[in-house]
Design a protein around this ligand. Structure first.
Ligand code: BES
Ligand code: MN
Ligand code: MN
Length: 459
């Protein structure tokens, strides 16, 4: 039996198993789910064992365990390190899900006429991780594994991968490989395959602005005492100028500018602005003057408020001049910005623009460095050929706007380049209500991974 026939014969079971994994609410950000996060790790551990992996282990960390497993068929063959994450984003706001986030169902959509699996984590990243587990099973069962493989599946990607870096540094020998294979990104469309060759970095901070020492009557004191929410709003607004440039001094100093030819290439990727606006139901796009949408999300840095709160937000009205205001702010970074440097620049600037009427505290959260991966490497070319065999078209190299913080560390600490062989679509609602993953995308992934192994072994 060929690998493709095995996959075809086991289609229903491959879907049902993914459904089981998706029913486990492995939300890493919320400690109320800590038993479930572990259950997801155990689920993957068991399935790797059943598929025939050796040395399968839950490696404990200060946080959630890392699932490790390997199959070394011949030390002379190349070794592929597969990385992914079994944790998911919170499902809130739950009332906006058409069906519950952890009760997977298949529904048809305009983009997925053959059906998509609706559940938190279906695309990001359980569905894409599980493609690797099933592709491995299929290769093992049909005696067609052509490379050595090591699996490293973590449970803290959505909270910054804080314990994975130290694990990699402490396990360099065990993680020895020739490259890293990751399915945790998107393609342009099901009829327009693409491979991300860049990811943005991230600098994430929380700010606290304190005015008076207690909440005050907004009539008795209002007008004379600084309102920290008003001040915070003003400070945030001042961080973009009229061209939507970020005003933090030094913010752009290290930004790698692309050549005219590189920008032309990047903009050659198919992109329909009208479709984009229609999908998001926005009257127009926004952002830094002088750049296209693909540039704004691919090669330019950003500053965005992710959440802002303070004062009274309950039912009805309460007249109050609040004591405190808060915001969570993310900055997406591009080569050659550094997360620590940008965090420090933000902190200095934010403290500097605060009027004496308030006190501010900046608390840095996690970060990650931007990456670009080569398009002329053996591993990229093998991935491109595998994708072409499945989709009948050469993939377009693209720059992903999201971040996978550990990818830069793989290069720096393990000396390994990554291939971002993702099968999701940006419109699959990752991190949003009604996240979904095309059934076709899931099986395209399971079928393409063995082709990648085949092409990589040949290269
Ligand atoms: N899988 C995404 C990143 C991604 C998605 C990259 C689509 C390219 C295209 C990943 O799980 C993610 O959401 N990362 C976070 C990182 C953060 C929590 C440290 C992100 O980008 O916000
Ligand atoms: Mn992900
Ligand atoms: Mn994510």
């Amino acid at each position: 039996m060929t690998t493709a026939e095995y996959i075809q014969n086991n289609k229903d079971r491959f879907l049902n198993e993914l459904f089981e994994l998706l029913r486990i609410p492995s939300i890493s950000a919320d400690s109320a789910f800590k038993n479930d996060v572990r259950k997801a790790a155990e689920y993957i551990q068991n399935k790797l064992i059943q598929a025939g992996a050796d040395k399968v282990e839950l490696c404990e960390t200060a946080g959630y365990p890392i699932v490790y497993g390997e199959k070394i068929i011949d030390p002379a063959l190349p070794t592929v390190l597969v990385y992914g994450h079994y944790d998911v984003q919170p499902s809130a706001p739950d009332e906006l899900w058409e069906t519950p986030a952890f009760e997977p169902v298949i529904r048809k959509t305009a983009i997925h006429p053959e059906g998509a699996i609706f559940a938190r984590g279906s695309c990001d990243d359980k569905g894409q991780v599980y493609m690797h587990v099933k592709a491995f099973e299929a290769m093992m069962a049909t005696n067609s594994l052509t490379c050595n493989v090591k699996f490293m599946i973590e449970g803290e990607e959505e909270v910054g991968s804080g314990n994975l870096g130290p694990f990699c540094i402490a396990n360099k020998e065990r993680l020895k490989a020739d490259m890293v294979l990751i399915s945790d990104t998107s393609m342009i469309a099901n009829d327009t395959p693409s491979i991300d060759v860049g990811l943005r970095g991230l600098s994430y901070v929380e700010v606290e602005v304190t005015g008076p020492n207690r909440d005050l009557h907004s009539g008795v004191y209002g007008g004379a005492v600084a309102n920290p929410i008003n001040i915070l709003a003003k400070m945030i607004a001042s961080m973009h100028d009229e061209n939507n440039h970020i005003t933090i001094p030094g913010f752009y100093d290290k930004v790698a500018e692309l050549t005219a030819a590189e920008r032309k290439d990047l903009n050659e990727a198919p992109f329909d602005l009208e479709e984009y606006k229609k999908d998001l139901q926005v009257g127009d796009v926004w952002g830094e003057k002088g750049f296209t949408v693909l540039e704004k999300t691919g090669i330019r840095p950003t500053l965005d408020v992710n959440g802002i709160w303070g004062g009274y937000t309950g039912e009805g009205s309460k007249t109050v001049l609040p004591s405190k205001a808060f915001a969570k702010i993310s900055m997406r970074l591009v080569p050659n910005q550094s997360s620590d440097e940008i965090t420090a620049l933000f902190q200095k600037h934010f403290e500097g623009i605060a009027p004496p009427s308030v006190k501010v505290v900046v608390k840095p959260h996690h970060g990650g460095e931007p990456v670009v991966t080569p398009t002329d490497s053996k591993e990229y070319l093998a991935a491109a050929r595998a994708v072409e065999r499945t989709f009948g078209k050469k993939p377009i190299p693209t720059r992903g706007g999201g971040s996978i913080p550990i990818v830069a560390l793989f290069k720096k600490e393990l000396g390994l380049s990554s291939v971002l062989l993702g099968f999701g679509l940006d419109s699959d609602a990752l991190h949003s209500p009604n996240e979904h993953y095309g059934v076709v995308n899931y099986f395209n992934g399971i079928n393409t991974i063995p082709l990648f192994f085949e092409e990589y072994a040949k290269a």
